[in-house]
Design a protein around this ligand. Structure first.
Ligand SMILES: [Mn+2]
Length: 312
């Protein structure tokens, strides 16, 4: 990868020891079914980031000064299972270093690995899944690590909340928790979904953001665009509230499928990433150490922790 530091920031803010934030690029596109090209997502995202102004007006902050360490990309040219495993291990190693870990894909199957890592390290994890697609298939194309299965595991062992959904297979209904699913056609006519979704979250929240959640009018460069998606300001409004009210422990952004002609999607992805960091750290002094407060004792019984009816 040509980019040496995230967004071209100076070495002072890009060294691991000075950084609260770690960014792991995962250029993987092993299982996508329609348009290929999500493996080029991280490069396009990093190029757009280099051309972005780094002062955030809304939060009156320069979040890059918290330090952003860009890792080597995870390149596993193998099965989706091997990729999920590599992402899992890498993500976990940086959580253990007390970093705020972010991952940029690649297609959505990589999130199986990131979610696994966060679920092991943080108790009572909510996974906030923002996507056009339900991604709840137990297996697809002979693999349980296909992009169509991205949050099946999370549906079984985390508090999964799905937002923006407008495409799914009828079979996924048997897995879906309708009380914790916010469909795009309902969201379009009633904005009470934001408060309702936040009310159902536990304190520790991991966000997995599939860019096809956005409307194709503002983000066309994605593998499977679906009409009727989220617009920019409502998305920012929602994210801002989630970051303000919950302990967001990390996030990933997936499914940027760039093309040579239209760069606006790459810029949107770059801006989304930076906005999420700005919301996370807007009240932090740059000198403070980040404390991600992960659970260093092994979480026993993790698989069953959401089996019973929980009150939040
Ligand atoms: Mn999707």
């Amino acid at each position: 990868m040509e980019t040496k530091t995230y967004a071209g920031i100076s070495e002072e803010y890009a060294k691991l020891e000075n950084s609260k934030i770690v960014l792991i690029p995962v250029p993987y596109d092993g299982t996508s079914t329609w348009q290929k090209g999500a493996d080029k997502g991280p490069k396009a995202f990093l190029e757009a980031s280099e051309n972005m102004e780094l002062y955030d007006i809304e939060t009156d902050s320069e979040v890059y000064k918290q330090g952003v360490y860009l890792t080597e990309p995870i390149k596993v040219n193998a099965t989706p299972e091997a990729m999920a495993d590599a992402v899992h291990q890498e993500t976990k190693s940086y959580i253990k270093k007390n970093k705020f870990v972010t991952v940029f894909g690649g297609e959505h199957s990589i999130s199986i690995g990131t979610i696994r890592a966060f679920n092991e390290m943080f108790p009572s994890l909510t996974v906030l899944h923002i996507d056009a697609h339900a991604d709840l298939r137990k297996s697809y194309d002979g693999s349980s690590c296909n992009h169509a299965c991205a949050v099946y595991e999370a549906s079984q062992n985390t508090n999964l909340i799905q937002v923006g959904i407008r495409s799914m297979d009828i079979k996924e209904k048997s897995v879906m928790n309708l009380d914790k699913t916010y469909f795009a056609h309902d969201m379009a006519i009633d904005d009470s979904w934001m408060d309702s979704a936040i009310d159902q979250m536990t304190d520790n929240v991991f966000i997995t953001f599939d860019l096809d959640a956005f409307d194709p009018s503002i983000l066309p460069s994605t593998g499977t665009p679906e009409p009727g998606g989220l617009l920019w300001y409502e998305t920012m409004d929602f994210l801002k509230q989630v970051f303000a009210e919950k302990n967001v422990v990390g996030f990933d952004i997936v499914e940027l499928c760039p093309n040579e002609i239209d760069k606006s999607s790459d810029f949107l992805a770059a801006k989304l990433y930076y906005k999420m960091l700005s919301y996370k750290f807007q009240n932090d002094e740059t000198e403070d150490d980040y404390d991600n407060a992960y659970n260093d004792k092994p979480l026993t019984n993790n698989l069953s922790k959401f089996k019973e009816e929980d009150d939040y």
